[in-house]
Design a protein around this ligand. Structure first.
Ligand code: ZN
Length: 84
């Protein structure tokens, strides 16, 4: 399984498209799946994964590659209340 970071709470989980064990966020929408595929060991180093996790836990926006869309930080903000 791939080490990934939950988009909602920053928890480390196994598999980009699996439900988060911490907050139960489960990427189902295509946009969510695209975002969920980014903070994984396929694209980021362990160091970068840790940085993404810390940013999410701190409530900061995560920078995504441009090709995934310009307004992902807005989408992320609208999801950030999950699991609180
Ligand atoms: Zn989570």
């Amino acid at each position: 399984m791939t080490t990934a970071i939950c988009l909602c709470c920053g928890a480390v989980k196994l598999g980009a498209l699996t439900p988060c064990p911490e907050c139960r966020f489960d990427p189902q929408e295509n946009g969510d799946k695209a975002k969920a595929a980014v903070p994984t060991e396929h694209f980021l180093s362990q160091e970068d994964l840790n940085a993404v996790s810390e940013r999410i836990k701190s409530g900061l926006a995560v920078a995504y590659p441009d090709e995934l869309g310009k307004d992902l930080s807005h989408d992320f903000a609208s999801n950030s209340g999950l699991g609180k």
